[in-house]
Design a protein around this ligand. Structure first.
Ligand code: SF4
Ligand code: SF4
Length: 390
């Protein structure tokens, strides 16, 4: 085939075909496959996975009480939350990371949120430092972005705002009459800030799918696309240890369950997946691991069967709670407190207690998207399903 023919064929491709070709060459072959091979090689040699993501629950304080919040029982003031001086000791002992996620509670309510973010971002050289917020405090989000971007971290800053339905639904879920207005004010500010910092700042929307909002997903997606063209949007089914975790003995299991909102009706799950596929295909991201989690989640909820091994918890992912407790994942109980290891992260991570928890959680399976998306990336079933969606 001569060059002219190749060019003609290229021009004849639709946008959707181009997106699929790009995904295959740049993402599947260029990114997912090498990561899969590296991780399987480690597993084959019985080596622990490299730590990639750290979830930091900066504070248990929160200015909302959401109906789907699995962390709701823990919220409120708790004495002994780690402060900047503790993180100053801890940060140099954390290995290099790909991503840090700051959450809580509402992470922005920690009085030293920006300073700790900057400290952790620099110490770990993370490629992405993400903060998850309910968007109730637009001015504080703006100040946070300006302070953290101004500190010239090695990686980008990512702000993820929760949006759980259209106005009435969102306000009801968040139990605040101004929640929608404030979250949208925050997203509007982020859209402006993104123009100022196109290379340092990214932002997005997280939507938890529940019995309350499943009818509004399409309309909500259009709202995000039309008002915030630079925002990404991720969807995840509501989760809880009582209904989306299997195979973990009660003594190791955390009790994290939403107080009210539950899963959408089972007879609608396939329709919801079709809606999400339509949204994600339109955005050219339907094949990515995070978007496949909804498919794996529904299959797991329907069959209660394990589809992929959990190779990420306690290996590629760690969870640090506000008072210093450390866990291999959010659905299992913490195995220790970094204060008991002289605020030395690696001493805690390498400890016999951590190893015992890795063993205890080696056979369970759950729908928690942060782990499931990685487990999909590191499994043959996951890689095959990315290609099947092409
Ligand atoms: S979901 Fe987030 S914002 Fe809502 S109550 Fe829980 S921690 Fe607070
Ligand atoms: S994240 Fe992994 S280890 Fe933790 S409960 Fe879920 S399946 Fe088990």
């Amino acid at each position: 085939m001569n060059a002219r023919r190749v060019k003609e064929l290229f021009l004849a491709m639709t946008n959707e075909q181009r997106a699929k070709r790009d995904f295959f060459f740049r993402q599947w072959l260029g990114r997912y496959l090498p990561r899969y091979v590296r991780r399987r090689w480690q597993l084959l040699r019985n080596r622990r996975g490299t730590l990639e993501d750290l979830f930091v629950f900066l504070t248990n304080q929160c200015n909302a009480r959401c109906k789907h919040c699995f962390y709701i029982e823990e919220l409120g003031y708790v004495p002994g939350e780690l402060r900047l001086s503790d993180y100053e000791k801890l940060a140099p002992t954390i290995p290099p990371l790909e991503r840090i996620f700051l959450t809580g509670g509402e992470a922005l309510l920690h009085p030293e949120c920006s300073e700790i973010t900057i400290l952790l971002g620099k110490a770990t050289q993370a490629k992405r430092v993400a903060i998850i917020t309910n968007g109730f405090l637009p001015e504080r989000v703006q100040r946070f972005v300006e302070e953290v971007v101004g500190a010239e971290l090695p990686g980008c800053v990512d702000v993820l705002v929760s949006l759980d339905g259209l106005e009435a639904t969102h306000n009801e879920v968040r139990q605040s009459p101004r929640a929608w207005e404030r979250a949208n004010a925050t997203l509007g500010l982020l859209e402006e800030l993104r123009q100022r910092y196109p290379y340092q700042l990214e932002f997005g929307v997280i939507t938890i799918i529940t019995s309350r909002n499943w009818r509004e997903l399409e309309e909500l997606a259009w709202h995000v696309e039309s008002h915030y063209p630079h925002a990404r949007q991720g969807f995840e089914f509501v989760r809880g240890t009582n209904f989306s975790l299997w195979g973990l003995a009660p003594e190791y299991r955390a009790d994290f369950n939403p107080p009210e909102d539950s899963l959408p009706p089972q007879e609608e799950w396939d329709n919801i997946l079709a809606t999400l596929d339509g949204i994600n295909r339109r955005r050219g991201i339907a094949n990515h691991s995070f978007h496949l989690t909804t498919h794996f989640t529904v299959e797991m909820l329907k069959t209660k069967r394990k589809l992929v091994d959990c190779v990420s918890a306690g290996q590629n992912v760690a969870v640090l709670y506000a008072t210093g407790e450390l866990a291999v994942c959010e659905f299992s109980k913490p195995f220790g407190n970094v204060r008991d290891y002289d605020l030395n992260f690696m001493r805690a991570w390498d400890s016999p207690e951590a190893e015992a928890m890795r063993r205890a959680t080696s056979r369970c399976w759950c729908t928690h998207g942060c782990y499931l998306s990685k487990n999909i990336e590191y499994s043959f079933a996951g890689l095959r399903s990315m290609l099947r969606k092409l």
